[in-house]
Ligand binder design. Structure first.
Ligand code: NDP
Ligand code: MG
Length: 381
Protein backbone atom coordinates (compact mmCIF):
# COMPACT_ATOMS: atom_id res chain seq x y z
CA UNK A 1 0.00 0.00 0.00
CA UNK A 2 1.32 3.45 -0.84
CA UNK A 3 2.20 5.59 2.15
CA UNK A 4 0.33 8.91 2.41
CA UNK A 5 2.19 12.06 3.39
CA UNK A 6 1.33 15.66 4.29
CA UNK A 7 4.08 18.28 4.15
CA UNK A 8 3.47 21.38 6.25
CA UNK A 9 5.77 24.22 5.15
CA UNK A 10 6.32 22.51 1.80
CA UNK A 11 7.66 25.67 0.10
CA UNK A 12 10.65 26.03 2.43
CA UNK A 13 14.13 24.55 2.37
CA UNK A 14 13.17 21.33 4.22
CA UNK A 15 9.73 21.12 2.58
CA UNK A 16 11.17 21.15 -0.95
CA UNK A 17 13.68 18.44 -0.04
CA UNK A 18 10.93 16.39 1.65
CA UNK A 19 8.94 16.44 -1.58
CA UNK A 20 12.02 15.28 -3.48
CA UNK A 21 12.26 12.31 -1.08
CA UNK A 22 8.49 11.70 -1.35
CA UNK A 23 8.68 11.55 -5.14
CA UNK A 24 11.62 9.16 -5.05
CA UNK A 25 9.91 6.90 -2.51
CA UNK A 26 6.61 6.95 -4.44
CA UNK A 27 4.60 8.35 -1.50
CA UNK A 28 1.15 9.77 -2.14
CA UNK A 29 1.27 13.46 -1.17
CA UNK A 30 -2.16 14.36 0.23
CA UNK A 31 -1.68 17.84 1.70
CA UNK A 32 0.72 20.78 1.30
CA UNK A 33 0.91 24.11 3.14
CA UNK A 34 2.74 27.44 2.89
CA UNK A 35 2.64 30.87 4.45
CA UNK A 36 2.52 33.09 1.36
CA UNK A 37 4.74 31.81 -1.47
CA UNK A 38 1.94 30.68 -3.77
CA UNK A 39 4.10 30.48 -6.92
CA UNK A 40 6.13 27.63 -5.44
CA UNK A 41 3.02 26.01 -3.95
CA UNK A 42 1.21 26.16 -7.29
CA UNK A 43 4.06 24.25 -8.95
CA UNK A 44 3.95 21.63 -6.16
CA UNK A 45 0.17 21.26 -6.49
CA UNK A 46 0.49 20.68 -10.24
CA UNK A 47 3.23 18.10 -9.68
CA UNK A 48 1.76 16.14 -6.73
CA UNK A 49 -2.02 16.74 -7.03
CA UNK A 50 -2.66 16.75 -3.25
CA UNK A 51 -6.24 16.58 -1.97
CA UNK A 52 -5.69 19.71 0.15
CA UNK A 53 -3.44 22.75 0.14
CA UNK A 54 -3.46 25.57 2.67
CA UNK A 55 -1.95 29.04 2.76
CA UNK A 56 -1.72 30.78 6.14
CA UNK A 57 -1.90 34.28 4.68
CA UNK A 58 -5.53 34.88 3.70
CA UNK A 59 -4.80 37.18 0.74
CA UNK A 60 -2.23 34.77 -0.67
CA UNK A 61 -4.73 31.92 -0.20
CA UNK A 62 -7.30 33.77 -2.31
CA UNK A 63 -4.63 34.24 -4.97
CA UNK A 64 -3.79 30.51 -4.94
CA UNK A 65 -7.47 29.56 -5.26
CA UNK A 66 -7.60 31.41 -8.57
CA UNK A 67 -4.26 30.00 -9.74
CA UNK A 68 -5.22 26.35 -9.22
CA UNK A 69 -8.95 26.59 -9.98
CA UNK A 70 -8.44 24.10 -12.84
CA UNK A 71 -7.06 21.39 -10.47
CA UNK A 72 -8.88 19.05 -8.07
CA UNK A 73 -6.95 20.36 -5.01
CA UNK A 74 -9.11 22.01 -2.36
CA UNK A 75 -7.48 25.25 -1.20
CA UNK A 76 -7.88 26.20 2.47
CA UNK A 77 -6.81 29.40 4.17
CA UNK A 78 -5.50 30.87 7.39
CA UNK A 79 -4.19 29.10 10.49
CA UNK A 80 -7.35 26.96 10.53
CA UNK A 81 -6.65 25.82 6.97
CA UNK A 82 -3.09 24.78 7.86
CA UNK A 83 -4.42 22.84 10.87
CA UNK A 84 -7.05 21.17 8.67
CA UNK A 85 -4.23 19.96 6.41
CA UNK A 86 -2.42 18.65 9.49
CA UNK A 87 -5.62 16.76 10.34
CA UNK A 88 -5.91 15.12 6.89
CA UNK A 89 -5.18 11.67 8.34
CA UNK A 90 -1.98 11.02 6.38
CA UNK A 91 0.24 8.15 7.56
CA UNK A 92 3.00 10.72 8.19
CA UNK A 93 2.84 14.47 8.62
CA UNK A 94 6.19 16.15 8.03
CA UNK A 95 6.21 19.50 9.81
CA UNK A 96 8.74 21.90 8.33
CA UNK A 97 6.97 25.14 9.22
CA UNK A 98 9.38 27.64 10.75
CA UNK A 99 8.73 28.98 14.26
CA UNK A 100 5.97 28.61 16.82
CA UNK A 101 3.39 28.71 13.98
CA UNK A 102 4.14 24.98 13.73
CA UNK A 103 2.98 24.13 17.25
CA UNK A 104 -0.82 23.95 16.78
CA UNK A 105 -0.50 21.98 13.47
CA UNK A 106 1.82 19.44 15.18
CA UNK A 107 -0.77 18.91 17.92
CA UNK A 108 -3.58 18.67 15.34
CA UNK A 109 -1.68 15.95 13.46
CA UNK A 110 -0.97 14.05 16.69
CA UNK A 111 -4.65 14.17 17.68
CA UNK A 112 -5.56 12.61 14.33
CA UNK A 113 -3.09 9.79 14.95
CA UNK A 114 -0.59 10.57 12.17
CA UNK A 115 3.06 9.89 12.84
CA UNK A 116 5.09 13.07 12.93
CA UNK A 117 8.34 13.71 11.08
CA UNK A 118 9.46 16.81 12.93
CA UNK A 119 11.76 19.48 11.53
CA UNK A 120 9.97 22.32 13.32
CA UNK A 121 12.11 22.31 16.49
CA UNK A 122 10.37 25.40 17.94
CA UNK A 123 7.34 23.10 18.50
CA UNK A 124 9.27 21.06 21.07
CA UNK A 125 11.08 24.02 22.57
CA UNK A 126 7.93 26.02 23.30
CA UNK A 127 5.47 23.22 24.03
CA UNK A 128 7.66 20.18 24.75
CA UNK A 129 5.65 18.66 27.56
CA UNK A 130 2.29 19.21 25.86
CA UNK A 131 3.53 17.71 22.57
CA UNK A 132 5.27 14.69 24.11
CA UNK A 133 2.30 13.93 26.40
CA UNK A 134 -0.15 14.16 23.48
CA UNK A 135 2.02 11.86 21.35
CA UNK A 136 2.34 9.30 24.15
CA UNK A 137 -1.40 9.38 24.78
CA UNK A 138 -2.19 8.81 21.10
CA UNK A 139 0.63 6.31 20.62
CA UNK A 140 2.10 8.24 17.69
CA UNK A 141 5.80 8.45 16.95
CA UNK A 142 7.69 11.73 16.75
CA UNK A 143 10.55 11.04 14.37
CA UNK A 144 13.29 13.66 14.23
CA UNK A 145 14.21 15.33 10.95
CA UNK A 146 16.80 17.66 12.52
CA UNK A 147 20.13 16.08 11.49
CA UNK A 148 21.62 15.95 15.02
CA UNK A 149 18.49 14.35 16.47
CA UNK A 150 18.22 11.90 13.61
CA UNK A 151 21.87 10.98 14.28
CA UNK A 152 21.10 10.37 17.97
CA UNK A 153 17.95 8.45 17.10
CA UNK A 154 19.96 6.27 14.70
CA UNK A 155 22.74 5.79 17.28
CA UNK A 156 20.13 4.68 19.83
CA UNK A 157 18.79 1.83 17.68
CA UNK A 158 19.27 -1.37 19.64
CA UNK A 159 19.54 0.41 23.00
CA UNK A 160 17.34 -1.58 25.39
CA UNK A 161 17.16 0.81 28.31
CA UNK A 162 17.67 4.52 28.93
CA UNK A 163 19.79 3.57 31.94
CA UNK A 164 22.51 2.49 29.50
CA UNK A 165 22.90 6.00 28.08
CA UNK A 166 25.46 8.24 29.76
CA UNK A 167 25.14 11.34 27.61
CA UNK A 168 24.12 12.69 24.23
CA UNK A 169 26.65 14.76 22.33
CA UNK A 170 25.24 17.21 19.80
CA UNK A 171 27.68 18.40 17.20
CA UNK A 172 27.62 22.00 15.97
CA UNK A 173 29.25 23.43 12.87
CA UNK A 174 30.00 26.63 14.79
CA UNK A 175 28.40 28.69 12.02
CA UNK A 176 29.99 31.50 10.02
CA UNK A 177 31.42 33.30 13.08
CA UNK A 178 33.28 30.50 14.79
CA UNK A 179 36.38 31.85 16.56
CA UNK A 180 35.22 35.47 16.56
CA UNK A 181 35.28 37.61 19.71
CA UNK A 182 32.29 39.56 21.05
CA UNK A 183 33.98 42.73 19.82
CA UNK A 184 34.10 41.31 16.29
CA UNK A 185 30.53 39.99 16.56
CA UNK A 186 29.27 43.48 17.39
CA UNK A 187 30.20 44.55 13.86
CA UNK A 188 28.99 41.60 11.73
CA UNK A 189 26.46 42.24 8.97
CA UNK A 190 23.31 40.40 7.93
CA UNK A 191 24.99 39.34 4.70
CA UNK A 192 27.87 37.73 6.63
CA UNK A 193 25.46 36.04 9.05
CA UNK A 194 23.50 34.52 6.17
CA UNK A 195 26.57 32.71 4.79
CA UNK A 196 26.54 29.30 6.50
CA UNK A 197 29.72 27.31 5.83
CA UNK A 198 28.10 23.83 5.37
CA UNK A 199 24.31 23.97 5.03
CA UNK A 200 21.88 25.82 2.77
CA UNK A 201 18.78 26.53 4.89
CA UNK A 202 15.96 29.00 5.45
CA UNK A 203 16.92 32.50 6.68
CA UNK A 204 15.72 32.14 10.30
CA UNK A 205 17.66 28.97 11.09
CA UNK A 206 20.72 30.32 9.26
CA UNK A 207 20.80 33.28 11.67
CA UNK A 208 20.12 30.87 14.58
CA UNK A 209 23.22 28.95 13.48
CA UNK A 210 25.30 32.14 13.43
CA UNK A 211 24.27 33.06 17.00
CA UNK A 212 24.41 29.34 17.97
CA UNK A 213 20.89 29.79 19.37
CA UNK A 214 20.15 26.88 17.05
CA UNK A 215 22.29 24.61 19.24
CA UNK A 216 20.52 25.84 22.37
CA UNK A 217 17.13 25.12 20.78
CA UNK A 218 18.45 21.71 19.74
CA UNK A 219 19.56 20.96 23.28
CA UNK A 220 15.97 21.49 24.48
CA UNK A 221 14.65 19.54 21.48
CA UNK A 222 16.94 16.60 22.36
CA UNK A 223 15.97 16.72 26.04
CA UNK A 224 12.28 16.31 25.12
CA UNK A 225 12.70 13.82 22.30
CA UNK A 226 14.95 11.45 24.21
CA UNK A 227 13.78 12.16 27.78
CA UNK A 228 17.22 13.34 28.95
CA UNK A 229 18.30 15.85 31.59
CA UNK A 230 19.99 18.91 30.08
CA UNK A 231 23.04 18.12 32.24
CA UNK A 232 23.50 14.91 30.23
CA UNK A 233 23.55 16.67 26.88
CA UNK A 234 26.84 18.10 25.67
CA UNK A 235 27.78 20.20 22.67
CA UNK A 236 30.88 19.72 20.56
CA UNK A 237 31.95 22.02 17.73
CA UNK A 238 32.72 19.94 14.64
CA UNK A 239 33.46 22.25 11.73
CA UNK A 240 33.10 19.65 8.97
CA UNK A 241 29.46 18.65 9.74
CA UNK A 242 30.14 14.98 8.96
CA UNK A 243 29.63 13.43 12.40
CA UNK A 244 26.02 14.50 12.94
CA UNK A 245 25.89 13.65 16.68
CA UNK A 246 26.90 10.92 19.13
CA UNK A 247 25.62 8.81 22.02
CA UNK A 248 27.94 7.85 24.85
CA UNK A 249 26.91 4.69 26.73
CA UNK A 250 27.73 3.74 30.33
CA UNK A 251 30.54 1.42 29.18
CA UNK A 252 32.15 4.49 27.52
CA UNK A 253 31.43 3.16 24.06
CA UNK A 254 30.43 6.00 21.76
CA UNK A 255 28.15 5.46 18.76
CA UNK A 256 27.82 8.17 16.14
CA UNK A 257 26.09 8.66 12.79
CA UNK A 258 28.10 10.08 9.90
CA UNK A 259 27.27 11.27 6.40
CA UNK A 260 27.77 14.19 4.02
CA UNK A 261 25.78 17.26 5.16
CA UNK A 262 22.56 16.67 3.21
CA UNK A 263 19.13 16.88 4.88
CA UNK A 264 17.64 14.32 2.50
CA UNK A 265 19.21 11.54 4.63
CA UNK A 266 17.45 12.43 7.92
CA UNK A 267 14.24 13.37 6.05
CA UNK A 268 14.15 9.98 4.34
CA UNK A 269 14.92 8.08 7.55
CA UNK A 270 12.10 9.89 9.40
CA UNK A 271 9.70 8.88 6.63
CA UNK A 272 10.80 5.27 6.12
CA UNK A 273 11.89 4.26 9.67
CA UNK A 274 12.65 1.51 10.60
CA UNK A 275 13.57 0.70 6.97
CA UNK A 276 16.35 2.14 4.87
CA UNK A 277 16.28 2.71 1.13
CA UNK A 278 18.76 3.72 -1.57
CA UNK A 279 19.27 7.50 -1.60
CA UNK A 280 20.62 9.90 -4.25
CA UNK A 281 22.72 11.61 -1.57
CA UNK A 282 26.47 11.59 -2.24
CA UNK A 283 28.42 8.81 -0.57
CA UNK A 284 30.69 9.81 2.32
CA UNK A 285 34.37 9.55 1.41
CA UNK A 286 36.24 9.77 4.71
CA UNK A 287 39.65 9.65 3.00
CA UNK A 288 38.64 12.73 1.02
CA UNK A 289 37.34 14.45 4.16
CA UNK A 290 40.75 13.55 5.70
CA UNK A 291 40.49 15.52 8.94
CA UNK A 292 37.65 15.63 11.43
CA UNK A 293 38.06 18.14 14.24
CA UNK A 294 36.22 18.53 17.56
CA UNK A 295 36.40 21.29 20.16
CA UNK A 296 34.42 22.88 22.96
CA UNK A 297 32.11 25.78 22.08
CA UNK A 298 32.98 29.26 23.30
CA UNK A 299 29.99 29.52 25.66
CA UNK A 300 30.81 33.05 26.78
CA UNK A 301 30.86 34.57 23.30
CA UNK A 302 27.95 32.47 22.04
CA UNK A 303 25.83 32.92 25.16
CA UNK A 304 22.56 31.69 23.60
CA UNK A 305 23.50 28.03 24.15
CA UNK A 306 23.66 28.33 27.94
CA UNK A 307 20.65 30.65 28.06
CA UNK A 308 18.64 27.81 26.49
CA UNK A 309 20.16 25.31 28.90
CA UNK A 310 19.13 27.55 31.80
CA UNK A 311 15.61 27.96 30.37
CA UNK A 312 15.15 24.20 30.10
CA UNK A 313 16.45 23.67 33.62
CA UNK A 314 14.10 26.33 35.01
CA UNK A 315 11.28 24.60 33.08
CA UNK A 316 7.69 25.82 32.76
CA UNK A 317 7.28 28.66 30.30
CA UNK A 318 10.97 29.67 30.20
CA UNK A 319 11.79 27.63 27.07
CA UNK A 320 8.77 29.19 25.30
CA UNK A 321 10.02 32.60 26.45
CA UNK A 322 13.58 32.25 25.11
CA UNK A 323 12.18 30.86 21.87
CA UNK A 324 9.80 33.82 21.45
CA UNK A 325 12.51 36.39 22.23
CA UNK A 326 14.81 34.75 19.72
CA UNK A 327 12.14 34.56 17.00
CA UNK A 328 11.37 38.26 17.41
CA UNK A 329 15.01 39.37 17.67
CA UNK A 330 16.03 37.14 14.75
CA UNK A 331 13.32 38.82 12.65
CA UNK A 332 14.36 42.34 13.75
CA UNK A 333 17.98 41.54 12.87
CA UNK A 334 16.95 40.28 9.43
CA UNK A 335 15.01 43.54 8.89
CA UNK A 336 18.14 45.53 9.76
CA UNK A 337 16.55 47.01 12.91
CA UNK A 338 18.96 45.62 15.52
CA UNK A 339 22.55 44.44 15.71
CA UNK A 340 23.77 40.84 15.90
CA UNK A 341 24.56 40.91 19.63
CA UNK A 342 21.10 42.31 20.36
CA UNK A 343 19.81 38.77 19.70
CA UNK A 344 21.45 37.19 22.80
CA UNK A 345 20.51 40.35 24.71
CA UNK A 346 16.84 39.77 23.85
CA UNK A 347 17.08 36.08 24.77
CA UNK A 348 18.52 36.98 28.17
CA UNK A 349 15.79 39.58 28.70
CA UNK A 350 13.13 36.87 28.17
CA UNK A 351 13.78 35.49 31.67
CA UNK A 352 12.27 38.66 33.15
CA UNK A 353 9.11 38.41 31.04
CA UNK A 354 7.42 35.25 32.35
CA UNK A 355 6.38 33.84 35.70
CA UNK A 356 7.71 30.57 37.02
CA UNK A 357 5.01 27.89 36.70
CA UNK A 358 5.43 24.16 37.23
CA UNK A 359 2.77 23.08 34.74
CA UNK A 360 1.31 24.93 31.78
CA UNK A 361 -1.45 24.81 29.18
CA UNK A 362 -1.20 25.47 25.44
CA UNK A 363 -3.02 28.75 25.99
CA UNK A 364 -0.35 29.84 28.49
CA UNK A 365 2.38 28.98 25.97
CA UNK A 366 0.78 31.27 23.39
CA UNK A 367 0.22 34.01 26.00
CA UNK A 368 3.87 33.81 27.06
CA UNK A 369 4.95 33.85 23.40
CA UNK A 370 2.93 37.02 22.76
CA UNK A 371 4.07 38.75 25.94
CA UNK A 372 7.75 38.08 25.24
CA UNK A 373 7.47 39.24 21.62
CA UNK A 374 5.95 42.53 22.82
CA UNK A 375 8.64 42.91 25.51
CA UNK A 376 11.37 42.21 22.94
CA UNK A 377 10.04 44.88 20.60
CA UNK A 378 9.91 47.33 23.52
CA UNK A 379 13.51 46.53 24.43
CA UNK A 380 14.72 48.00 21.13
CA UNK A 381 12.34 50.92 20.80
P1 NDP B 1 12.09 28.03 5.47
O1 NDP B 1 11.98 29.44 5.90
O2 NDP B 1 12.87 27.70 4.26
O3 NDP B 1 10.58 27.45 5.26
C1 NDP B 1 9.59 27.65 6.21
C2 NDP B 1 8.25 27.11 5.73
O4 NDP B 1 7.25 27.45 6.68
C3 NDP B 1 7.79 27.69 4.41
O5 NDP B 1 7.00 26.73 3.73
C4 NDP B 1 6.91 28.86 4.86
O6 NDP B 1 5.98 29.27 3.86
C5 NDP B 1 6.22 28.25 6.05
N1 NDP B 1 5.76 29.24 7.02
C6 NDP B 1 6.44 30.32 7.48
N2 NDP B 1 5.70 31.00 8.38
C7 NDP B 1 4.52 30.35 8.49
C8 NDP B 1 3.33 30.58 9.23
N3 NDP B 1 3.20 31.63 10.04
N4 NDP B 1 2.32 29.69 9.08
C9 NDP B 1 2.42 28.64 8.27
N5 NDP B 1 3.52 28.37 7.52
C10 NDP B 1 4.55 29.21 7.63
O7 NDP B 1 12.60 27.21 6.73
P2 NDP B 1 13.45 25.85 6.76
O8 NDP B 1 12.88 24.86 5.80
O9 NDP B 1 14.89 26.16 6.72
O10 NDP B 1 13.16 25.36 8.26
C11 NDP B 1 11.90 24.83 8.64
C12 NDP B 1 12.00 24.25 10.05
O11 NDP B 1 12.92 23.16 10.01
C13 NDP B 1 12.55 25.22 11.10
O12 NDP B 1 11.94 24.96 12.32
C14 NDP B 1 14.03 24.87 11.18
O13 NDP B 1 14.59 25.16 12.44
C15 NDP B 1 13.97 23.36 10.94
N6 NDP B 1 15.21 22.80 10.37
C16 NDP B 1 15.66 23.22 9.16
C17 NDP B 1 16.83 22.70 8.61
C18 NDP B 1 17.30 23.10 7.25
O14 NDP B 1 18.27 22.50 6.74
N7 NDP B 1 16.70 24.07 6.58
C19 NDP B 1 17.62 21.71 9.35
C20 NDP B 1 17.03 21.29 10.59
C21 NDP B 1 15.88 21.83 11.08
P3 NDP B 1 6.41 30.39 2.73
O15 NDP B 1 7.40 29.69 1.85
O16 NDP B 1 5.13 30.68 2.02
O17 NDP B 1 6.98 31.55 3.46
MG1 MG C 1 20.21 20.69 13.33
Amino acid sequence: MTKTLAVLGSTGSIGVQALEVAQLMGFEVVALTANSRTDILEGQIRKFSPRFAAVADETAAADLKIKVADTSTKVLSGKAGVEECARCGADSVLNSIVGIAGLAPTLAAIETGSNIALANKETLVAGGKIVMDAAAKKGVAILPVDSEHSAIFQSLQGCQSKKQIKRLILTASGGPFFGKSREELSKVTLEQALKHPNWSMGAKITIDSATMMNKGLELIEAAWLFGMEAANIDILVHRQSIVHSLVEYIDNSVIAQLGVPDMRIPIQYALTYPDRFVSPVRQLDLAEAATLTFEKPDYETFSCINLCRRAFEKGGLFPAAVNAANEKANELFRCGKIGFLDIPRAVENAFDCVQNVSDYTLEQVFEADNAVRTATERLFR
